[in-house]
Ligand binder design. Structure first.
Ligand code: GAL
Length: 429
């Protein structure tokens, strides 16, 4: 494969860049639920607290200049709801001004902006009201989204209302791993429904605000897509579980936004015509594959058991490195007939050579999906810089650029240069 063969691997105008999220890079998001949770003993690995994180709140200009110099023509970031609306119904002018500078900087560098409105963290006041478990959240999220569209809409090219809704619902409400540490399957899918409804309302609010100004905003979500294969391919039950997981975790949310039908397990099925067709693109976050098996020991998990392929290459968090999964996922979303953006894909590793191989192998699968007719229009690597990896703290290194958390020095890794060459030449080594 190569650009010299006369055909392009990636279409004209392809978006190339990286992604981050507010709480993971900004530092001092003292008004959200994660901040509170991190202060409790035993929650985050090694007792890490997000603290100053990457001090990106102050250093964004240098970080973006680095991305621009590496040839990135796009960047995905999230806004911190708890900064913009620090108390219910009170919007902070200063925070909005800050994000105007942030997005204006990207624009002045000629980069496209992709803005996430919710990336796992919640204002403290929202949590106090019951957060995403309460139906009122949809209206509150709509109001916040409308405010952002009014104040920042002229600087935003792509909107991601919610990052990884099913990951948020399962980690916070089913597995009890993240705040608010609930372990209830009913609650988890109730939250999934609330996330879908909130997305729908935000979608229409953004279109209303920006449609008036004669623009057609591009609004979607970033959907974590996990590849599920049966642990024992010869077992009919394992195959069934893999299919079921694919339906529940990968498809149900996207289907709800496609046809307005919220069909999640254990909660009542609901149809909302206003949810119908509320994605202008599909955002895919892809990391890994899981093996699925039927297990009588997991009634609370609907008899589904997940594991990682034993002899596979892994990242430093033990996730399988499985590039072909990206191709398979991209082929699986072709049927939605929407443009596709890879909103996240990356690897936690201390071996930068492994990151280089990861990038090339995954982009090869992207090129293959494009050749097979998937309308992929961009790739945003996770992440631009090392950052605070939620419950895992600062140890995992996801960055194209390394961060020394003591000095806040940045170190451009060879993989970042390799990625830069790929962007420049449009071809893969
Ligand atoms: C995603 C998430 C990011 C980042 C990444 C690596 O699920 O959106 O915030 O943490 O995974 O684990």
């Amino acid at each position: 494969m190569g650009g010299s063969e006369g055909h392009r691997l990636f279409p004209e105008g392809f978006l190339w860049g990286a992604a981050t999220s507010s709480h993971q890079v900004e530092g001092n998001n003292v008004n959200n639920d994660w901040w509170d949770w991190e202060q409790l003993p035993g929650k985050v690995a090694h007792g890490d607290k997000s603290g100053d994180a990457c001090d990106h709140y102050n250093g964004y200009r240098q970080d973006f200049a680095m991305a621009r110099d590496l040839g990135h023509n796009a960047h995905r970031l999230s806004l911190e709801w708890s900064r913009i609306e620090p108390a219910e119904g009170r919007f902070d002018r200063g925070a909005v001004e800050h994000y105007r500078d942030v997005l204006g900087t990207l624009k002045s560098f000629g980069m496209a902006t992709m803005v996430t409105l919710h990336h796992f963290t919640n204002p403290r006041w929202l949590t106090a009201k019951g957060g995403w478990a309460r139906p009122e959240v949809a209206g509150l999220f709509e109001r916040y989204s409308r405010h952002v569209a009014e104040q920042l809409g002229d600087l935003v090219d792509f909107w991601v209302t919610i990052n990884e809704p099913m990951v948020y619902a399962t980690h916070g409400f089913l597995l009890g791993l993240w705040p608010p540490e609930k372990k209830s399957i009913v609650l988890a899918f109730r939250v999934a429904k609330n996330l879908a409804k909130a997305h729908g309302r935000a979608y229409h609010a953004i279109h209303e605000v920006l449609g008036v100004r004669g623009r057609r905003p591009m609004v979607g979500i970033a959907k974590n897509m996990m590849l599920f294969d049966p642990k024992n391919p010869a077992s009919r039950l394992d195959r069934m579980v893999a299919q079921k997981l694919d339906r529940i975790f990968n498809r149900s949310f996207l289907d709800a936004l496609a046809n307005g039908v919220m069909a999640f397990p254990v909660v009542s099925r609901e149809t909302d015509p206003r949810l119908d067709g509320t994605q202008d693109f599909i955002g895919v976050n892809y990391y890994s594959r899981s093996l699925a098996a039927f297990s009588l020991r997991k009634p609370q998990m609907l008899f589904m058991d997940l594991s990682v392929k034993e002899d596979a290459e892994k990242n430093s968090l033990g996730w399988e490195v499985y590039p072909e999964g990206l191709y398979r996922i991209l082929m699986s979303v072709k049927g939605y007939r929407l443009p596709v953006y890879i909103t996240e894909n990356g690897i936690a590793t201390t071996d930068d050579r492994q990151r280089e191989r990861f990038i090339v192998a995954h982009l090869r699968e992207v090129a293959r999906a494009i050749a097979d007719g998937v309308d992929v229009r961009g790739y945003l690597h996770w992440s631009l810089i090392d950052n605070f990896e939620w419950k895992e703290g600062f140890a995992p290194r996801f960055g194209l650029v390394g961060v020394d958390y003591k000095t806040q020095a940045r170190n451009i890794r060879p993989s970042a240069r390799l990625y830069s060459d790929i962007i420049r030449t449009g071809s893969l080594p």
